[in-house]
Ligand binder design. Structure first.
Ligand code: SF4
Length: 332
């Protein structure tokens, strides 16, 4: 059992510093865009980067075959494999975002596979390359919970300096049984320990959770929200589980061993999750975002605008805002 040291909720501290009162009924949830606008006074865009690193749950170090929903792209863009350096990727995205949104500030987001899974000098060079631009105001790094230690967190903290920085750690589910079933290759305890370590280095954590995992319903989803409240997350990314071609989940789907959520069931779960989530936690994502050419099911996962609309309507219909279903003492 992880020793539960008093957790200074870094997300809460951020919102207080910014003078943001998150528990208001005028909005449904505390969005990342709202947080970034309050912090920087303008819209800030993330640039997803592929550093070409691997994952210990795919290469046999911690597991074989990876998570059952993950394909060989590892949730990434595959940009490095196409010959694009970190700087190339930044230049390309920056030009596109500047033209489309008149964006001036960016956050470098190391997304694909596990972005601390390399020697420290390699990581330092990657992170410094990404931050070597005046308009790069933040660094977000997505490792597995079992791929961080004091040395790598010290590096991230030191390289980031006074920029905004956070870690994106996959919890996916607060149930060890589910984590075994989806072949995550780590436990809930490993996630908790990673959060405590990150807190020691004052690096905020954004947790990833997946709704619609095999065998999970509303009760398990709620448990995940309550665990994240206890750990004091800066942010949460909520994903829909969708079936990608060429994965083990795809085989389960074809054999009738897994049925994806309907849009209505997803909305019900997401509303319940948000209602039980600390209102100071910043919501970084609310749905999945599959590549159309890879998606097997459900087809509605591609309808992002309709899904967001259904979620907003679901929250309003049930009279729920982020944190409003929490019993006293279950928040931060
Ligand atoms: S930890 Fe991430 S990259 Fe590794 S197998 Fe799971 S989803 Fe894929």
């Amino acid at each position: 059992m992880v020793a539960r040291r008093p957790f200074s909720n870094v997300g809460f501290a951020f919102s207080r510093v910014l003078g943001i009162n998150t528990f208001v009924n005028e909005r449904d949830y505390f969005s990342l865009s709202e947080f970034l606008k309050a912090r920087f006074g303008e819209r800030v865009h993330k640039i997803a980067l592929d550093a070409g690193l691997a994952c210990p749950n795919r290469d046999g170090t911690r597991g074989v075959g990876g998570c059952i929903y993950c394909n060989e792209r590892g949730s990434g863009t595959g940009a490095l494999a196409r010959g694009l350096s970190i700087s190339d990727q930044i230049e390309g995205s920056r030009a596109r975002l500047s033209k489309r949104f008149k964006a001036h500030k960016f956050i470098a987001y190391f997304q694909s596979f596990s972005n601390t899974y390399a020697p420290l000098d390699v990581l330092e060079s990657l992170y410094r390359e990404a931050l070597g631009h005046d308009d790069m105001v933040g660094l977000a790094v997505g490792p597995r919970p079992d791929c961080i230690d004091g040395d790598v967190l010290r590096l991230i903290r030191d390289v980031a300096g006074d920029r905004l920085v956070w870690l994106e750690l996959g919890l996916q589910s607060a149930s060890d049984e589910t984590l075994r079933l989806i072949n995550r290759g780590h436990t809930v305890k490993a996630f908790e320990e990673a959060c405590v370590l990150a807190r020691d280095f004052q690096i905020p954590v954004v947790a990833h959770v997946i709704l619609g995992l095999p065998g999970e319903g509303m009760a398990q989803t709620r448990e995940s929200a309550l665990l994240l409240n206890r750990l004091g997350m800066f942010g949460v990314k909520i994903h829909l589980l969708y079936v990608i071609r060429g994965t083990r989940l795809a085989k389960m789907y074809e054999l009738g061993e897994y049925s994806p959520l309907t849009r209505e069931a997803y909305v019900d779960m997401a509303v319940d999750f948000l209602g039980h989530l600390d209102p100071n936690t910043v919501i970084h994502r609310l749905t999945g975002d599959p590549h159309p050419e890879e998606l097997l099911a459900p087809a509605w996962a591609l309808e992002k605008a309709q899904n967001m609309d259904a979620l907003r309507r679901g929250l309003r219909a049930r009279g729920v805002v982020q944190g409003s279903l929490l019993a006293a003492g279950q928040g931060a």
